[in-house]
Design a protein around this ligand. Structure first.
Ligand code: SF4
Ligand code: SF4
Length: 176
């Protein structure tokens, strides 16, 4: 091959006798491994151990209840309208006066679904909600085996009466 003026021939330096034994390289590698054994591990034994996320982390949604245990959501649809991914669908229905201690008729979501495969965790639904009904929590969305299982309904989204999800430290990202 013809070398141009700008070409440079690089010759590999000859290995010394010690280098040819490969022992220095092996001990150097072992040293790095041993050093990492005593360092704080970057991995966790999930799900037994979970990571503390930042207050602005946006994970799985929760539909909140009020102090009386009633669902906050009144099925106004603002979250669905503001969702850029069109991930939220719902059917509105009406609770009669007297039901669950209501002093007047009130709308509620008979069906409320979020397609987690569409969701981009932007948080716009929680910003749009006038009833503080929907929040994105630091819960990790569970793995599922089929696409249909990622459509979460009220059975998954609405917090349990006896297992409230604390969202007091949740920092919303946008100021509208
Ligand atoms: S976080 Fe964003 S994408 Fe996901 S449901 Fe809410 S508005 Fe839609
Ligand atoms: S979650 Fe909030 S914004 Fe969405 S339908 Fe319910 S009350 Fe309206």
């Amino acid at each position: 091959m013809q070398l141009t003026n700008r070409s440079k021939v690089v010759t590999k330096p000859e290995m010394t006798f010690v280098e040819k034994l490969y022992l220095p390289a092996i001990f150097s590698g072992l040293g790095i491994t041993i050093k990492h054994l005593f360092k704080k591990k970057a991995t966790l034994k999930y799900p037994e151990q979970t990571r503390q996320f930042a207050p602005v982390y946006r994970g799985m949604h929760v539909l909140k209840r009020d102090e009386q245990g009633r669902e906050n959501c009144t099925a106004c649809g603002l979250c669905a309208v503001s969702c850029p991914a069109e991930a939220i669908t719902m059917d509105a229905a009406e609770r009669k006066k007297g039901e669950e201690g209501l002093y007047r008729e009130e709308k509620y979501a008979a069906r409320y679904e979020i397609n987690m495969l569409r969701c981009i965790y932007c948080g716009l639904c929680e910003e749009a909600c006038p009833k503080d009904a929907i929040y994105l929590t630091d819960r990790i969305v569970p793995s599922e085996y089929s696409r249909g299982e990622f459509v979460f309904g009220k059975d998954v989204l609405v917090e349990k009466v006896d297992q409230r999800i604390d969202v007091s430290k949740r920092k919303k990202t946008y100021t509208i």
